[in-house]
Design a protein. Sequence first.
Length: 132
Amino acid sequence: HLKEFSKNPNKGYYKHALNTLDGAALMLGEMETLKLLNQTIAQRSKDMPDSILILPINKDVVSQKFIGWVAGVSDYVIIASTKLDESVEEKMYLVKSPEEGFTPTVYRLWITEEKSPERLKVKKIGEGKPQE
């Protein structure tokens, strides 16, 4: 569950709550979540045509059908997989983008022992999609 603060030009700051879709699916059911998502997308595209909608999903919680539907309506698809050993390492797969000439790309993210803002490291490790 993430929270975001935005500036409303007429009223100052206001708060948005952002929940993962898998969390909504667990609370409401997948079909109800997809119906609400469809309504949200339709309203946003009308009210804010240039906006970007970010739809985080934990693929281990929802069905493949649910993931397929969300990926189908999304402009961008980013899949992350986390490995927890003595340290945290994450692979981030950028698998879909509307950008011309886009190639799926894989990045490795990890945390070093440094006690500084630079301790989060990112490295491009190749091209491709995640393995099942």
